[in-house]
Structures are given as structure tokens and as C-alpha cells.
Design a protein around this ligand. Sequence first.
Ligand code: C2O
Ligand code: CU
Ligand code: CU
Length: 521
Amino acid sequence: MQRRDFLRTTVAGGLGLSTLARQTLAQMPRIEPARANPGFQPDVELALTAQRGDWAVLPGAQTSLWHFTGQVMKGDASVLSFADGSGHLPVLRLRRGQKVRIHFDNRLPEASIVHWHGLNIPQRMDGHPMYAIEPGERYVYEFEIVNRAGTYWFHPHPHERTSFQVYQGLSGLLLVTDDEEAQANLPAGEQDVPLVIQDRSFDEHNQLRYIGNMRHDWMMGFSGERVLVNGHPQYSRQVSRTAHRIRLFNGSNATLYHLRWSHGQPFTVIGTDGGLLEQARQQESLTLGIGERVDVWVDFSGQAAGSSVHLLAESYTPSLENFTETQQGEALQDGARPIAGFVMSNAPATEVAAPGRLSVYPALSAADAVNAGAPRRVQISMRMGSFYLNNRVFGGMQDVADDSVVKLGSTEVWEFANDARMGMGMGMGMGGMMQMAHPMHVHNVQFTVQSRIPADQSSALHRRLSAGFTDYGLKDVVVVLPGERVQVLMKFENHTGLYLYHCHILEHEDLGMMQNYRVEA
Ligand code: C2O
Ligand code: CU
Ligand code: CU
């Protein structure tokens, strides 16, 4: 048996996927990997390789990871760097309007494909699992960056293996800049700090420990015992006493983070998934669903030289169990764990005025939606240990349900309804656990949250987490709490084709909590 078949059988068998789904996958016709198109004139050209490598993560033995590495073939060397010298968490820096060609080489022991999370690009470039390439193969991406300046990211998206591959270390950031951002005069260079937040568990040999093959484990998603920031278990960075832009990114598989500063100051939020806000907003805490990004501005000029400011985190599983206490790391402060430290340098402090107007973007109006009065509903439910979107589990790779076809150029309201009144006939003794938060993601668009209709009985925890949501910016992930209904407004622009929407808890996605949608001319 080939390794890929072995993995597929084990996972599919372990997760109890329907025979139908397995057959459909097995019968998938081979799609030729995209190749370089001689008519495409790239401004930037990169080689990006997914491979295995050993890295020092914890003290002692190195950890075997799967990770991206790469090389700039055309363009400025600054296009590719690695977060805090981690060597294995790539950060791509691109500019709006640039044409980019990326040669993706799969040197993993199994099939993979890369998805550019948040970007508006053609179907063939979006990393749909149907395009997964085998070990040794190459897929050439070519697209133009039309997205606004902001913090996007990329990760593998092969069907049923996304969670495993991301957990092994495969993810990276894609930062887009543009002229509008340059006008906003935001902190740059050393003062522009991306922070990738990911939790992992390790065995006694410092190797990654992941989930078991029980369906129950997968339903809960995997949350690790240690929080790594930019790949470091005890992240600390010396900073100058001035303003910084900190790009917070939750790159975990299943954990929701509720964040605040240790010095008691609110966050000054300047951007969300889809780029800069029109104006900065203050917020005491931030709740980051899986895959979410929030850009904050912070001024360290009032801090004493040598002192530290920490980013504090509470960690929640999808079932909203707070497991901060059982995580390892620095001592708790007020029920939260310091996950990143900023140590003030001795250089003189420089005060910087808080950012004013940041950007202008075309506001979508509910009145322009083709279905303003009747949102397209995406019902989230759970029965017999499976998650459903509109009563369906992801099946045929190219199947599109009638309720998932939209028109190019149209604006629509979608409602994600997290039905909390289920659980009958669950089996496996899971009666008490069906209330879960699901971070919902739509490929190919940035949406605005129109309304959030709370559960009939919302708990104090719901209200606490809600206070940390950034529902005001452009987003591509929105956390839907148990019993909640969230309406989003989005416009399907530039490309017809097949795209995905799914829960971004990676184990849920791999369990089939995912659907195709089609944009038609
Ligand atoms: Cu991060 Cu299908 O997405
Ligand atoms: Cu995506
Ligand atoms: Cu989910």
C-alpha cells in the first residue's frame, strides 16, 4: 500500500467518513497541476517548498517539523523572510498590484496544496483540495494581488489532511502593502512585528504530539499544552520605547484566544483580516478565532527602560472550556498566561501620535444585497458525532449544492446559524458537549459583519468573549458562538468558479464541515 493510501484509509477509517465520501475521493479524476504560463509577466517570482526539517523549539532535542522554505527568484530579497529568525515560519511581503508567480514544490511524504487565505484570486490559484499534488510534484501559482494592505496568510488545504499538515508546522504570513497604507504613516521595519500564535504539545523527546484517531478527539479539535509565538515557547523581544504595529494572528488548529495587555491599557486596533480600518478603535480585550488576524498599534514610550509589557492570553477549546490553567509556560497573571514579552530598550523614548484616519474602503450596504430581506442561511448543526452545514458533510470534491450558487458581482447577506438545540442521539456519551463555537470562513471574499444575534441564553463567558470581537472591520473569519446567528455581507468579485466555505477549526474542516460554493457569470 502506498503511504498516501495508507494515510487516507487510516484517517477516513478512523473518522468513520461515509463510504460514499471515500469512494468519491478515490474516483477523483486526476487534475494536471498548473504550470507556468509564458504570457504571465511576474513582478515577483518565488520558489516555495514544503518539506521536513529539524528545528530547535524547546531546549534539548530538536523537533521534527514540516515547514515551508523558499527562495526569491525575481524581486527584492525582502519579499521573503522568517518570523523572528525562526527559519521555518515564512513571511511574504507583497504589494497590491504586483503579479506574483510561486513555484510550489511538494517534498512531503503525502499530497498537499497551498491555499492563500483571504486573497481574491482565480479558482485554480486558490488551493482547493481537488488540486492537491503528489510528493515530488510542482504546482505553479500565478496571480495578481488585488487585496488591500493587510495581514493575510497561507496554509496547506488537502482534504482531510489540512489539520495534520498545519499542525506539523506548515503555515506562513502574507503581508500586503499599498499606497494608502504608506500614507497612514504606521510603524514599519523593526516596529512592525507579526506574531504567529500557535499551540502545540510535545512528547518527552521534544517531538510533536497530536490528536488520537477517535472521532471524539477530532470533534473537540486539538489544543496544545504550550503556546508558541513565532515558534518560540517563551517569546520575548527587545523593543524601542516607541510606537509599534503588532500583527496578531491565531494560527492554531482549534484554540480560541482571548487577549489583553499586561499594562492594563486597551488595544488600539488598526486592522482586521481584510486590512486597515477606516479609523483606529480601542478595545480592552481581543478574541481571536482560528485563522483570524488583528493588527494593533501600541505606544511603548511611557514604559521604563528595562521593564516589560506582556501579551496575556486565555485559551479556550471549541467547546469554550478555558484550559489556560492546564497549559504550561509562565505563571498565570489574573487567570491569563503571558505568551509574549516586550522588553524596553535603554534608548531614549520617542512618543508618537496615535494613528488618525487609516484608510477608506467601499462600504457594502445591506440595501445593495440581492437578498437583503432573506439571508442565505448556513445552518450549523451536529448529529451522531458529525458536523453539518445545511445538513451536509463535504462529499464530492466538486459538488455544489443548489443553495450555494451566487452571481458574479452580486452582494449577498449570509447568515451563519449555530444551532445549539441539538444533541439528541449523540451517542458516545457526548450529551453535554455539543455546544461549540465555530469560526466560519469564506474563501475569495472579505465580508463585513452586519449583525450578531445572541443566543437566547447567553452566558457571562459569551459576553466576555463577545467584547473581544472585531466585528467592525473587513473579515474572512467570524466566530459564531453556540446559539448565535451572525449575518455577514459580502460581494463576489472578479472571478467566477468554485470556492469553499467552512469552519476553520481544522479538525472540523477535515471532518467535512465544509462546502463548495460557485460564483457564476
Ligand atoms: Cu484558511 Cu479554507 O482556509
Ligand atoms: Cu481561506
Ligand atoms: Cu467547527
